[in-house]
Design a protein around this ligand. Structure first.
Ligand code: GLV
Ligand code: GLV
Length: 334
C-alpha cells in the first residue's frame, strides 16, 4: 500500500512533487488553516503516515492520535512551538522542521523593518500617497542614524547571528544577550569585523539604539519583553521582532509606544496573530509602528527550499530513517 501524506496547505510545488513521487498526497486547499479537529479526522480517514503542517496549525495529542500509522510530522517552518513535542516523542512520531534555509532571508527582513523604522519609509510612503508632499523639508521625516548606532541582539542563534553579521556594513556597535556566552558565534562575527559583546539583557536593553529579538518561543521567553523591559529601553530606541509574537507583551508595547518609553517598533510577528486590522495597537502605525504579516522567510527561493526540506523530513520519517532536521533532537527529546 502506498503511504498517504496529508498536507495542511498548498506549499510550493517542488515539495509536493517530491512527495507525490512516492506517496498519495492529499492537500487541504483552503485559504485558512483547517480546524484542528479536521486535521485529526483527515489523518484518521486517510490512515496517513505523514503530516506536513504549517506554523498556523496546532498539532497536539488529539491530532497525533488521529492516525495510528502516523510516523512523522514535518512542519514547513523553523519554529515548532505549535507542536506538542512531548506528545510526539511519547508516540514515537518524528518531528521535522526547516532550520538553516530561512536564516539569511529572515535576517534580511529584520533589517528591512529596522531600516523602515529608523528612516520612516512606510510613513514617508503614506505621506506621499496622501498628497502631503509640498516641498523639500529640512526636518521632514528625520530619524536616527543606523550607521554607528548600537545594535542589541536578543538571542544569538542562527538568525540572530545572521542579523548581527549584517551590521558590519553599518559600522554598528553590536552586543547580544542570551542564556550563555557564545564564543563560536563571536568568532564567526569577528571574521567579518563585527565585535559582538555578551552583556546582561538589562544592559543590552538600556544601551541599544536598536533591539532585535531572535529567541524561540518557549516558556522562558513568553512575554520576555514586557513593561519592565520596555521601560529599561532608551526613549529613542527601536524594537524589532521577527521571532514569535508571544515573546513581546502586546499590551505593554502599546503602553510603551503611547507613553514614548521607546521610539518605534517593527513587528513581523504579533500576539494575537494574525493581528486584526482594528487592533488598538495599530493606532500607532505607521508613525511609531510598522507591521508585516509574518513574512520573515518569504523569499521565493527560501520558500521553495523549505518545501524541499519539509518533503525530505517527511520521506525520512515514513521510511523509518532519522529526519534530516529533527525538532525532537533540537529540543533534547530524542
Ligand atoms: C482535503 O482534501 C481535506 O478535506 O482535508
Ligand atoms: C517562521 O516563523 C518559521 O518558524 O519558519
Amino acid at each position: 500500500d502506498t503511504p498517504t501524506v496529508y498536507v495542511t496547505r498548498r506549499i510550493p510545488e517542488v515539495g509536493l512533487e517530491r512527495l507525490r513521487d512516492r506517496y498519495e498526497v492529499v492537500v487541504w486547499e483552503g485559504k485558512l488553516p483547517p480546524a484542528k479537529a479536521h486535521i485529526a479526522s483527515r489523518l484518521e480517514e486517510l490512515d496517513a503516515e505523514g503530516l506536513v503542517c504549517l506554523l498556523s496549525d496546532t498539532i497536539d495529542a488529539e491530532v497525533l492520535d488521529g492516525s495510528p500509522d502516523l510516523s512523522v510530522v514535518s512542519t514547513f517552518s523553523v519554529g515548532y512551538d505549535h507542536i506538542d513535542l512531548e506528545a510526539a516523542a511519547e508516540r514515537g512520531i518524528a518531528v521535522g522542521h526547516t532550520p538553516g534555509v530561512l536564516t539569511e532571508t529572515t535576517a534580511d527582513l529584520a533589517w528591512a523593518l529596522l531600516t523602515a523604522c529608523a528612516r520612516r519609509t512606510v510613513e514617508g510612503h503614506a505621506y506621499v500617497e496622501a498628497d502631503e508632499w509640498e516641498t523639500w523639508g529640512p526636518t521632514l521625516l528625520t530619524g536616527p542614524d543606523i550607521h554607528d548606532a548600537a545594535l542589541g541582539i536578543v538571542g544569538l542563534g542562527n538568525i540572530g547571528t545572521a542579523t548581527a553579521r549584517r551590521a558590519a556594513g553599518f559600522d554598528m556597535d553590536v552586543r547580544y544577550s542570551g542564556r550563555s556566552r557564545k564564543p563560536d558565534r563571536e568568532a564567526e562575527l569577528a571574521e567579518v569585523g563585527v565585535d559582538a559583546t555578551y552583556v546582561e539583557r538589562e544592559e543590552l536593553l538600556a544601551e541599544s539604539d536598536f533591539v532585535s529579538l531572535h529567541v524561540p518561543l518557549v516558556e522562558a521567553t513568553e512575554d520576555l519583553i514586557g513593561e519592565e523591559e520596555l521601560q529599561q529601553m532608551s526613549e529613542n530606541a527601536v524594537l524589532i521582532n521577527t521571532s514569535r509574537g508571544g515573546v513581546v507583551d502586546t499590551d505593554a508595547l502599546d503602553t510603551a509606544l503611547e507613553r514614548e518609553w521607546i521610539a518605534r517598533a517593527g513587528l513581523d510577528v504579533t500576539d494575537p496573530e494574525p493581528l486584526p486590522g482594528d487592533h488598538p495597537i495599530l493606532r500607532h502605525a505607521p508613525e511609531r509602528l510598522v507591521v508585516t504579516p509574518h513574512i520573515g522567510s518569504a523569499s521565493i527561493g527560501t520558500r521553495n527550499r523549505m518545501a524541499e526540506m519539509a518533503a525530505a523530513c517527511t520521506i525520512a520519517g515514513i521510511e523509518g530513517e532519522p529526519v534530516p532536521h529533527s525538532a525532537l533532537g533540537d529540543a533534547g527529546l530524542e
